[in-house]
Design a protein around this ligand. Structure first.
Ligand code: MN
Length: 149
C-alpha cells in the first residue's frame, strides 16, 4: 500500500528512497561531477521537482532550451551563468532560467553546490552551443572566463 509521498531527509541532499543518478549519460554532453535526483512528480502536476548536486570544482552542461527552470539553491556555494550574467549563488537564492537562455552552474573549488530545479514534466531536449554560439558567448570576457565545456 502506498500513501502520499513522505520522504525523510537522511543527510543534506539525500532523501529516503530517492535514488541518486548520474546527471546525464557520460559522453553525451560536457559536464563534471554532477548527480541528479527526481524528488517529486505527480500526474496532477505538469512539472517535476529535481535535485542536482555539483561536486567541488564541478559544473553542469552549458545549454539552452525552450523550457524554463526555477532553481533554488539548497546548500553550498557556486556561481551561475544566465544569458550574459555571471552571478555568485548561495543557499536559498532563487534563479530563473528563461526559455532559450544559455545557462551553466558551477560549484566553487572548495564546496559542492546543491539545488532544486523545477521543470515541466514534458519538455524539449537541451541544445548545446555550436562553435558560432561559443564565439558569440566568448565575446564577453566575464562569460568567457566562466564557461566550461
Ligand atoms: Mn537546463
Amino acid at each position: 500500500m502506498t500513501g502520499p509521498v513522505w520522504r525523510r531527509c537522511e543527510a543534506p541532499g539525500r532523501w529516503q528512497a530517492v535514488p541518486v543518478h548520474h546527471y546525464k549519460p557520460e559522453g553525451t554532453a560536457p559536464f563534471r561531477d554532477v548527480t541528479r535526483q527526481l524528488l517529486f512528480a505527480h500526474p496532477e502536476l505538469a512539472c517535476e521537482w529535481r535535485y542536482f548536486e555539483i561536486g567541488p570544482g564541478g559544473h553542469t552542461t552549458l545549454e539552452r532550451h525552450a523550457h524554463v527552470h526555477a532553481v533554488m539553491i539548497l546548500h553550498g556555494q557556486g556561481a551561475c551563468l544566465v544569458g550574459q550574467d555571471v552571478r555568485a549563488v548561495r543557499s536559498h537564492d532563487l534563479v530563473e532560467i528563461p526559455a532559450w537562455t544559455w545557462h551553466q552552474f558551477r560549484a566553487t573549488e572548495a564546496t559542492s553546490l546543491g539545488f532544486l530545479c523545477l521543470v515541466n514534466a514534458e519538455r524539449d531536449r537541451p541544445s548545446l552551443p555550436t562553435d558560432d554560439d561559443m564565439a558569440t558567448l566568448r565575446r564577453d570576457p566575464k562569460v568567457a572566463a566562466f564557461i566550461r565545456c
